[in-house]
Design a protein around this ligand. Structure first.
Ligand code: ACO
Length: 369
């Protein structure tokens, strides 16, 4: 018995931006982006909100729309839980999960958001699976918990909303999109076999983005943000607030993603292999038994590095970065939906999902289809 993954969907915004299009913004070129990252194009949400993308992906995963892969049609009333991984919510309150619950009419669902940056989908699957297992008939203490038999797990981002379009180090990397999966508790299928999630302190502040309300960046060595304590600081804060208002009026957010690419690359390369190995160990599954590894799509070179360290060919890995870019929490479920749509993953296969991201966060999930 266990939480089986039974539905998958994805959605991207209409506008597709080619590498060469970015030459109008920064000093870059197609060859650099292609060879350093594997990215050829990405989708950018101009008209679509995060909720629009998430809804379209969820409809596919639930079997309500063509294009995804759903083992059957799941009715709205059957969904008990929505976990929504994102770092780019349209709203802080209500949560994106709450908005999605309303849009889809999931009247019986409890719903909340989760922020673990690009590892958000792996963390969300872990949380959903844990709630399902803890409330399953016969589980110790199950009667005292919310029963969760089916869950909708979403990773959805409007990441280009946080992109600094003047920074060639980062603006060529990111894209927008959404992916969704349906989990169903099964008495027969093993479903999710193991999960390994871990945090590590990003001591050098290699990857960060301030909130919309306060931008005390960078953090000091202890991870503490410098507060506004002096009169001058208060005055400059007010001036900043006015800028913010202007920026909001102009439809531009002021907060953008800062990243030291090389530091993140180094962390990511090690974290990916560690997470795969630890999750497989917990599942008592060997790498030889794995039919497909679906990784977070941040950079094809990071995936190649992991393949080398794991001593496995690249064709074991699902690659979806070329036309998506890095879509943070959406990247893994989007790649997963593509793998199913292509018929790459079949009943009985053992699959590893692995991701890393800001925080730092990283983790992997092993499941049997
Ligand atoms: N076009 C042309 N040249 C560029 C560009 C660009 N878009 N960007 C950087 N360069 C230049 C640099 O200025 C540098 O020039 P210099 O040698 O004259 O100084 C040169 O290219 C090499 O730059 P590096 O930073 O050394 O390039 P690198 O090979 O490390 O690739 C990259 C950079 C792609 C960012 C890589 O480090 C990476 O992918 N890191 C990991 C990013 C990641 O995985 N992030 C995940 C989390 S994102 C999130 O959580 C939202």
């Amino acid at each position: 018995m266990g939480s089986a993954l039974v539905g998958f969907g994805k959605a991207v915004p209409a506008l597709e931006v080619q590498n060469d299009d970015l030459k109008a913004l920064v000093d870059t070129n197609d060859e650099w982006i292609r060879t350093r990252t594997g990215i050829e194009s990405r989708h950018v949400a101009v008209a679509e909100s995060n909720a629009d993308l998430a809804e379209a992906a969820a409809r596919e995963a639930l079997g309500w729309a063509d294009g995804g892969f759903a083992e059957r049609r799941f009715e709205a009333g059957e969904i008990d839980l929505v976990v929504f991984a994102t770092i780019t919510p349209d709203m802080v309150v209500p949560s994106m999960a709450g908005l999605l619950r309303r849009r889809l009419g999931l009247e019986n669902a409890i719903a909340f958001d989760l922020n673990a940056a690009c590892t958000g989908f792996v963390y969300s699957l872990t949380v959903a699976e844990t709630m399902m297992a803890a409330s399953a008939p016969g589980a110790p203490g199950a009667a005292g918990r919310n029963p969760v038999r089916r869950a909708l797990v979403v990773g959805s981002e409007r990441l280009t909303h946080l992109t600094n379009w003047a920074d060639r180090n980062t603006c060529v990397l990111f894209g927008d999109g959404a992916g969704a999966a349906v989990l169903e508790w099964s008495d027969e299928r093993p479903g999710i076999l193991s999960s390994f999630i871990v945090n590590e302190d990003d001591v050098t502040n290699a990857l960060s983005c301030p909130s919309a309300y306060d931008a005390p960046q960078p953090f000091d060595a202890n991870g503490v943000a410098p507060g506004v304590t002096t009169h001058d600081a208060a005055a400059s804060r007010i001036a900043e607030e006015l800028d913010v208002l202007e920026a909001v009026e102009a439809g531009r957010p002021r907060q953008t993603i800062y990243m030291n690419g090389q530091k993140v690359f180094k962390f990511a390369a090690e974290a990916m292999t560690e997470a795969v190995n630890r999750a497989l160990e917990r599942a008592d599954v060997s790498l030889d038994e794995v039919a497909c590894i679906v990784p977070h799509q941040a950079n094809e070179r990071i995936i190649k590095y992991a393949a080398k360290k794991l001593d496995r060919p690249m064709d074991l890995f699902q690659l979806s970065i070329a036309h998506a870019g890095n879509t943070s929490a959406a990247s893994l479920p989007m790649a997963l939906a593509e793998a199913y749509a292509a018929g790459r993953i079949k009943r009985g296969d053992k699959v590893v999902l692995v991701a890393f991201g800001g925080g730092f966060t990283s983790g992997a999930v092993v499941y049997e289809v």
